[in-house]
Design a protein around this ligand. Structure first.
Ligand SMILES: Cc1cc2nc3c(=O)[nH]c(=O)nc-3n(C[C@H](O)[C@H](O)[C@H](O)COP(=O)(O)OP(=O)(O)OC[C@H]3O[C@@H](n4cnc5c(N)ncnc54)[C@H](O)[C@@H]3O)c2cc1C
Length: 471
């Protein structure tokens, strides 16, 4: 998949030298030793070649890079953790602003806050906060970036108790398209603060995020239970009942997968299609054990539910999502798990074209609906479930086959969806589809903020909120 918008200007050596002089981090070009590793992102489907990669070491480098990219008329992609499904963090021909070296984390245990630089991964944040028995709402795979995930909203295992990642965001430091360094919070640049909490990377490069922390664990009841896929319809209906009366502390996902060759899987079950119920209880251990009892009562063939460090649970599906192989995703929002949704989900999942692919239903609800952090740009908070299909394969010659299957499954489930979608799960959808991630009034307000902070659409290699064209 290639982006169509190339760098609009040939760079000469003097231009490039000017950027090198202005930054402390390396500025890489094709042929440099680290160029190929730096342009690689998590999804191996993308093999793009930026004209320049600015490996920023701090705010000063980001300001210099933004100013350079704008003044040279270059396309700019921003790389946080590099997990954009449609590969938007790497560009062909333009300037890639790579934040991956900006990965410092500072916890303030007394005030229960954490500040993390814009290129951090969730694993770093979880590790540092867990040392104090604290956590914030982060993603479910520890090698995803806090940058893209937070700016799109951010759902995770603590979500029903503490909301989306953006509900816990207290402030951001951000470099805007004109090269200004701003802080956005409830007290400063409130319009910008509202917009970055769900509006994605449209408004600037966030150099650090400050989050509210909560007492979590460090030991919580968490894990996964596996059932044979033949019981899929029955297990999904039982899961629906469990979630219908679940306390906010309990977040459980339903996953259709092939049993991995892991030591905990009986040898005869390896590779067989399975239904997993996975999740955690963000509260006391005894209450947690009681909360997961109904899952045990269903008689799983593998039961890994039990007390474990929250930060360890945050890594349990890391290995199912390795870097550099082929991925394609599809997603919908559902208002309920009707029998039709469950039956269609199970029937379509059974046709999985790769043993590495998986499909999941993840619940929102509780604090995600209540918007504890005030008004944000996160769309459709009243969604009950997000459906995510992750098609995963190794052989690039098979891509068309797996992508076709993914699209077919999404089409089969579409009639039951709300029509809304999570902005971070948009893929190669039509550019206009970004509007489906927001209520119309929210989208209009995002355009107003875009008009104010990025009227020329410098930051457009993202799920783009287009500014109003000027006459
Ligand atoms: C394996 C996997 C698991 C996932 N699990 C979850 C999950 O549990 N919950 C969830 O909500 N989402 C999840 N997602 C989706 C995830 O939120 C998006 O893929 C997100 O874009 C990843 O952020 P990143 O920083 O790693 O990505 P990148 O590819 O680095 O960035 C994506 C986009 O975000 C913007 N961006 C990133 N960092 C910055 C920054 N510092 N300043 C300005 N703009 C920035 C840029 O526009 C960039 O194009 C998952 C994705 C994957 C691949």
């Amino acid at each position: 998949m290639q982006q169509t918008r190339p760098a609009s200007k040939e760079l000469n050596d003097n231009d490039i030298q000017a950027l090198k002089m202005a930054t402390r981090g390396d500025v890489l070009q094709s042929g440099d030793a680290d160029y190929d590793s730096a342009r690689r992102i998590w999804n191996g489907m993308f093999d793009r070649r930026p004209a320049l990669i600015a490996r920023c070491t701090g705010v000063a480098d980001v300001i210099a890079s933004v100013n350079f990219g704008r003044d040279q008329g270059l396309s700019i992609s921003v790389r946080g953790g590099g997990h954009s499904m449609p590969g938007q963090s790497v560009c062909d021909g333009g300037l890639m602003i790579d934040l991956s070296l900006m990965n410092g984390v500072r916890v303030d245990p007394a005030n229960r806050t954490v500040r993390a630089q814009g290129g951090c991964l969730w694993g770093a944040v979880d590790h540092e906060t867990a040392a104090f028995g604290l956590a914030t709402v982060g993603g479910t795979v520890s090698h995803t970036g806090i940058g893209g995930l937070t700016l799109g909203g951010g759902f995770g295992w603590l979500g029903r108790k503490y909301g989306f990642a953006v509900d816990n965001l207290l402030s951001v430091d951000i470099v805007t398209a004109d090269g200004r360094f701003l802080t956005a919070s409830a007290d400063e640049n409130q319009d910008l603060f509202w917009a970055v909490r769900g509006g994605g990377g449209n408004f600037g490069v966030v150099t650090s995020f400050e989050y509210r922390l909560h007492e979590v664990g460090p030991i919580v009841v968490a894990g996964m239970a596996l059932f044979p896929a033949e019981r899929g319809g029955e297990i999904a209906r039982a899961y629906r009942e469990i979630m219908a009366s679940a306390p906010d502390e309990l977040t459980l996902a339903l996953v259709y997968l092939s049993a991995p060759p892991a030591p905990f899987v009986p040898p005869e079950a390896v590779g067989a299609p399975m239904i997993a119920i996975a999740g955690c209880y963000a509260g006391g251990i005894e209450e947690g054990q009681r909360a997961v009892e109904p899952i045990r009562a269903l008689g799983p063939i593998v039961d890994l539910m039990g007390p474990m460090p929250y930060a360890a649970f945050q890594t349990i599906i890391d290995e199912a999502n390795p870097h550099g192989i082929q991925y394609y995703n599809k997603s919908h929002y559902f208002a309920e798990l009707s029998d039709e949704v469950i039956d269609t989900f199970m029937a379509e999942a059974a046709g999985k074209t790769s043993p590495l692919s998986y499909l999941l239903l993840f619940p929102f609800g509780g604090a995600t609906v209540r918007s504890l952090g005030g008004d944000t740009a996160m769309g459709y908070r009243d969604t009950a479930y997000i459906f995510v299909l992750m098609s995963v394969w190794l052989d690039t010659s098979e891509s068309d086959h797996h992508i076709k299957w993914s699209r077919d499954v999404a089409a089969a489930l579409e009639p039951f969806g709300t029509g809304g979608i999570y902005v971070n799960d948009l893929n190669d959808d039509a550019p206009d589809r970004v509007k489906a991630a927001y209520e119309p009034a929210t989208y209009r307000r995002l355009v107003e903020v875009k008009n104010k902070y990025d009227p020329a659409n410098l930051f457009r290699l993202n799920q783009n909120i287009k500014p109003t064209p000027s006459n």
